[in-house]
Design a protein. Structure first.
Length: 562
């Protein structure tokens, strides 16, 4: 078999290259085998990745067992939770492009034959997938799995209840001692945050796309996940031998399946940034009109925190997992039968699955709602679109009309919410937080959690050109495009302007005459950006496209400054 790595390790003029391998203890005969990169995002920065060294070892054992040679290299991994609420939140989404670029650089510089992508959290999994599709080298993904559910005062709990409890502390409904105790037990150990945040959403959607082995939602700290890692390493070698590549797997049908699963679980709204970016790398057109059609046709069969007060990712796995959900969806004709990373068709992968708990994974006849968990919204505020996780919206907030309370950044909005300055009926507007204007499109979990914590989630809506955490819930509309920094209508909203939000109809309207908006535009000037010259954020701001384009970098003629 001719291998990509032969260009590095074969031939008389490659003696120094082989010597570099020998200097690391690699045997000559190991260079004759497929060389598989293990792209490991392990670090001591975040619990989602703290345990990945154990899984990397298992992956390498699997590669060796299947007749390959593993070579590990690292990836950066930013924790949204650690970055939240301060300047650091400008970086998580921006890091996705760094991850994709760095994987590209390492893979092409060293000509590995294939790769295992070992990740877990929000931007790392999609960043690695983007690199895999860009390179189209045999690749397979595995994540670190979900964290165990927490327990506080005898009740199941998670990250989301903890952050929302900050409002209860402000209102005197919780003591500081109780908060201190809550912090100790809400997040018990390693794994992706224990709610349906972006990390778990992208884990599930990667399996739905066919880029992971079935059963990838097994919890983090289990022997079953170590075994899955071994099998993933073994499969990586076979992918090289069979020359099965990411673009053989991720096609229009695979993206359709990911969207159907997304709607059925009410996943994180960040999927509407990451799936378009993945499609961009795969050369697939991502159609938001198709998202709307799929959302209208797909019932929501799963609700887990933050949309549920009782069920968590661990419960979804114990109920049969994503495999069981996909079997249910497939039996009713909602999924496309397409090849997966196993070399088998999707229908074959899920054939042995079974729904064990119909309260967690509901059958088609008893859905949580007839429509999917996400909706794409349009209106004069968002002519290019916006995103809402309607599966996390209270029924009384599906339609809301109220006066705008405008903030040019997240921090003053959060302060105003906790200080009691936001009145029932208002629409909080947070702008200049888009991909370009933020820059980096900071997530608005702090303000949405503050609204819930202050008891306003049934009275106050929020709109933003920023994004939300998967842990966000409430009448919150994000990704508004064009963003404020590009002169979008959101930049022209003033305090007191009436805003109509109809989540059922997927519309968002600013009740201000066009001539008034044109007059305001004459006096509009974007604020000074928050970054220093020469930083990555400056380059990111100049290169990044809109949220509805997946916040990907410009290419080709788009890079030309006119």
């Amino acid at each position: 078999m001719t291998k990509r790595s032969d260009q590095v390790v074969k031939g008389i003029d490659r003696s120094t290259h082989r010597a570099l391998y020998y200097a690391m203890g690699v045997l000559p005969e190991e260079l004759d085998k497929p060389i598989i990169a293990v792209v490991n995002a392990h670090s001591e920065v975040l619990p989602g990745h703290r345990h990945l060294d154990t899984l990397a070892q298992a992956v390498k054992e699997g590669i060796l067992q299947a007749g390959g040679t593993p070579i590990e290299f690292p990836s950066i991994a930013i924790c949204d939770g650690m970055a939240m609420g301060h300047f650091g939140m400008h970086y998580p989404l921006a890091s996705r492009e760094l991850i994709a670029d760095s994987v590209e650089a390492m893979m092409l510089a060293h000509a590995y034959d294939g790769m295992v992508m070992l990740s877990n959290c929000d931007k790392i999994t999609p960043g690695m997938l983007m690199a895999a599709l860009r390179l189209n080298v045999p690749a397979i993904s595995i994540t670190g799995g979900t964290m165990e559910t927490g327990c506080f005062h005898g009740k199941k709990t998670s990250f989301i209840e903890l952050i929302e409890s900050q409002g209860k502390l402000k209102r005197g409904l919780m003591t500081q001692k109780e908060m201190d105790d809550f912090e100790q037990c809400a997040m018990p150990g390693c794994g992706a945050c224990n709610e349906l945040g972006t990390a778990n959403t992208m884990d599930y959607l990667t399996e739905a796309m066919g880029m992971m082995l079935p059963g990838s939602d097994v919890p983090a700290v289990t022997g079953a996940r170590v075994a899955l890692a071994k099998r993933t390493g073994m499969r990586a070698v076979e992918l090289v031998k069979q020359n099965i590549r990411p673009r053989d797997i991720v096609n229009e049908k695979a993206i359709h399946n990911a969207l159907v699963v997304d709607m059925a679980i009410g996943g994180s709204s960040n999927s509407m940034i990451h799936l378009p970016a993945i499609c961009h790398e795969a050369g697939i057109k991502f159609d938001f009109d198709e998202v709307t059609k799929i959302s209208e046709a797909t019932p929501q069969l799963v609700k887990i925190a933050p949309s549920s007060p009782t069920d968590y990712p661990e419960d979804l796995y114990n109920a049969g997992g994503i495999k069981a959900l996909m079997k249910e969806l497939n039996e009713y004709g909602w999924l496309e039968d397409t090849m997966t990373i196993t070399g088998k068709m999707m229908s074959e992968n899920v054939a042995d699955a079974e729904i064990i708990n119909t309260n967690v994974i509901r059958p088609k006849e008893n859905p949580f709602s007839e429509n999917g968990g996400l909706c794409i919204m349009h209106g004069n505020v968002a002519p290019n679109g916006a995103v809402c996780k309607r599966g996390g919206v209270l029924p009384e907030m599906m339609q809301h009309r109220g006066p705008a309370h405008v903030f040019d950044q997240e921090e003053p909005a959060v302060k105003a919410i906790y200080n009691g300055e936001i009145k029932p009926g208002e629409v909080v507007v947070i702008r200049y937080e888009g991909p370009k204007g933020g820059p980096g499109m900071r997530e608005m979990l702090s303000p949405t959690a503050a609204i819930v914590g202050m008891g306003l989630d049934d009275k106050v809506a929020l709109i933003t050109d920023g994004r939300f955490s998967g842990a966000s819930r409430g009448a919150a509309v994000g990704h508004i495009s064009p963003e404020a920094a590009d002169g979008g209508i959101i930049a022209l909203i003033e305090d007191g302007d009436m805003i109509d939000i109809d989540i059922e109809a997927c519309t968002l309207h600013l009740d201000v005459p066009d001539e008034v908006l044109e007059e305001r535009r004459k006096n509009w000037q974007p604020p000074k950006p928050p970054y220093q010259e020469g930083t990555y954020l400056e380059r990111y701001s100049k290169l990044v496209k809109s949220a509805m384009d997946g916040a990907v970098f410009k290419r080709g003629d788009e890079l030309v400054v006119k």
